[in-house]
Structures are given as C-alpha cells and as structure tokens.
Ligand binder design. Structure first.
Ligand code: FA5
Length: 337
C-alpha cells in the first residue's frame, strides 16, 4: 500500500487528482489505510500492536507525502502564473490617438490672446437671440431693407438664430458702467444664415466681434488695431486697406482687405488680380446704436468690427472649401494638429 501510494503521489501533476482521488483512496473514510486500521480489531491480539504501529507509520508517511506534494504543485502553479503574466516594460506601448483643438478654434484662441494682450475682455453671448438685439438695437428697424443682407433663421417672430455677433455690442453697451474706464471687448461665437452652402459660404460659421467705446476714439485707432491684429496673426509682410462700405450700425463703415496670401499683392486668380482679399467689416459705431443703449453720442464714441475666422483659416492654410471645416473628417482636420 505504501509503495503504491508514494508512487501515485510522485507521478501526479495536478492538485485536484492528488486531493480528490489519491488522498481519498488511501486516507479517506473508505481508504485503504483506514480499512487496515479498522480491521486491526479482527486480528490476533498478539499481532495487533505490531500491525497498528506499522500502519500508523505508513499513514503518517502518506499524509506527509500528500502535504509535500500539495506544496510543490502550488509553487509550480504560482511559478507558471508569474511567468505567463510577466510584463515586459521595454516593449513599445500601443499608441493612443491624441485629440487637439479644431483649427477654427485655434485661430479664435490666437485672436483672443492678441486682444487680451491689448487689455480687451472676451465675452460670449447667446446663439439663440432676441430680434431686438440682433437687428432693432443695431439700428435695423423692422422692414429695413438691410435686413435682407443677412438671411435669417427665425424661431418665432421675436426669436432667431443670431446672424452676426453684433448683438453682443447692444447687450454690453446697455449694461456697461463707464466709470470703470473705456469699454474694450471682443466676442467670438457661432452665427447662422440662410445662405446656400458653397465653397466660401456656410449656413453656420464663426465671427469675432470687436467693440471699443471711450471719449475721443478715432478711425485711425480702428486702423491701427486691425493692422496690429493682422501683423500678429500673419506677419509684418501683410498690409491692410480700408474701403468705404455700408453697415446700418456703423458710420462711416468700411470693408477691410488684406494683402492676398497667394500672390503677396502681385495679383492672381484668387484675389481677382487686385492683390487684396476682403477679410472683415468695420466702422465707427453709429450714434443711434449708442442712443438706444442710453449712451450720449456727443460724449462717447468708438469703433466696432466683425471678422470671420473661417475665412482667415481658409486664407492661412490654403483651404479651398469652407465646408471641409464642418465635415468632421479627422483625416482633413488632423493635418492642423
Ligand atoms: C457682419 O456680419 C457685420 N456684423 C460685421 C461688422 C461688425 C461690421 C461690426 C461693422 C461693425 P458681414 O455680413 O460682412 O458683416 O460678415 C462679416 C464676416 O463674416 C465676413 O467678412 C466674412 O468673413 C464672414 N462671413 C459672412 N458670411 C459668411 C458665410 N456665409 N460663410 C462664412 N463666412 C461668412
């Protein structure tokens, strides 16, 4: 019995066979050794001590062998596990795709930084706007023909998707406390127009509004500010020029052109051989806009401008179609990371 048990224990290679089969078949209630011990009482009393003693020795030996084998098998299992689960920290990791700000957002952030450096505050306003602020307070009364310049998504008679960031002028002007000093703010955001989408027009695009109000603000302040902006954004080689234009909320009004990116002023098909590209609208704030906000236009005045960062991004990166910015195609967008 002893030899059989020890050889089976020696050859077994898994814990469950060892404990559930081998141990039970020798040491269990109906095991071979247990049976020998139980049958001692049937032996000749003279033989009993000898057989009893020897059986106990064999039982202890088998018990010890089972315990030792259990230890061995557990250790082997642990070693295998440690080997299988070993992490090689020198292997290259799997790359995690990295996000980045949208190219239009980067341009807006850059514009904000430039104006923050000049002491402007950056404010944001609602995209769903009251007709009062979008048009009325911007000197565009009901039935004014210039409302047609900005095809509008109306939600109700009085509520619309803002067509420009200019309503932020009206909102800030009616609240501003001039005892704090001059008002200098920019307001970036999304605007909406019922324009048909084409390579240079989108029904949803971005604007950055600018507004400065103080005593003695002149047109030359506007020009100097915009020149500084263009130089900071694109470099000193780029010039600007102002052309007379019309906006109901500025008087005089100007359209601002900058040196054409493609030909640097020499003339090409992009700038229709003029050497200039139109980039924004601006002007001196109309006295009616100030009056409607409760400000005396004889005492205070200033300039305002509205630029389109989408068009800036197209110029800067030579993007031919504005719609590419809105298609969320990572292959296109990731080139600006
Ligand atoms: C305005 O919206 C005026 N609020 C700007 C302004 C502000 C003038 C303050 C004076 C004082 P305009 O409609 O021209 O103006 O739009 C301004 C800029 O937005 C344009 O120069 C152009 O860059 C951009 N823009 C206009 N329409 C679209 C469009 N459909 N898609 C993309 N960009 C557009």
């Amino acid at each position: 019995i002893r030899d059989q048990a020890l050889s089976e224990i020696k050859n077994v290679s898994d814990v469950s066979t060892l404990n559930q089969k081998i141990r039970v078949s020798f040491l269990g209630k109906r095991g071979k050794i247990t049976k020998v011990l139980r049958d001692i009482k049937n032996l000749d009393p003279k033989e009993r001590p000898e057989v009893g003693k020897y059986s106990n020795i064999v039982r202890n030996k088998i018990q010890d062998a089972v315990a030792k084998k259990n230890q061995e098998l557990k250790q082997a299992l642990l070693n295998q596990k440690l080997k299988d689960e070993k992490i090689d920290v020198t292997l290259p990791g799997s790359p995690v795709p990295k996000g980045s700000p949208h190219v239009i957002q980067s341009i807006i952030d850059h514009i904000c930084d430039i104006f923050l450096g000049m002491g402007y505050q950056v404010l944001s306003g609602p995209e769903v706007e009251e007709e009062k602020y979008n048009f009325e307070r911007m000197n565009l009364p009901k039935y004014h023909p210039a409302r047609d310049m900005q095809a509008t998504f109306y939600i109700t008679n009085d509520i619309l998707m803002r067509t420009q960031t200019s309503p932020m002028q009206a909102r800030v002007l009616e609240k501003y406390d001039f005892s704090k000093g001059p008002l200098k703010m920019i307001s970036p955001g999304i605007v909406f127009r019922r324009d048909n989408d084409d390579p240079t027009h989108s029904h949803q695009f971005h604007q950055v509004e600018g507004l400065v109000i103080d005593k003695n603000i002149k047109m030359s302040d506007l020009k100097g500010t915009l020149e500084y902006l263009i130089h900071q954004l694109f470099g000193d080689k780029f010039d600007i020029r102002l052309r007379p234009s019309y906006f109901p909320f500025t008087e005089p009004s100007v359209e601002v052109d900058m040196t054409c990116f493609n030909c640097m002023g020499k003339g090409c098909n992009i700038c229709k051989n003029t050497g200039w590209i139109e980039v924004l609208g601006a002007g001196m704030v109309h006295p009616n806009v100030l009056k409607m906000a409760g400000i005396d236009p004889k005492e205070y005045g200033g300039f305002a401008f509205g630029l389109g960062p989408d068009r800036f991004a197209m110029l800067r990166y030579g993007v031919k179609d504005i719609r590419d910015f809105y298609l969320d195609d990572v292959r296109f967008l990731s080139q600006f990371d």
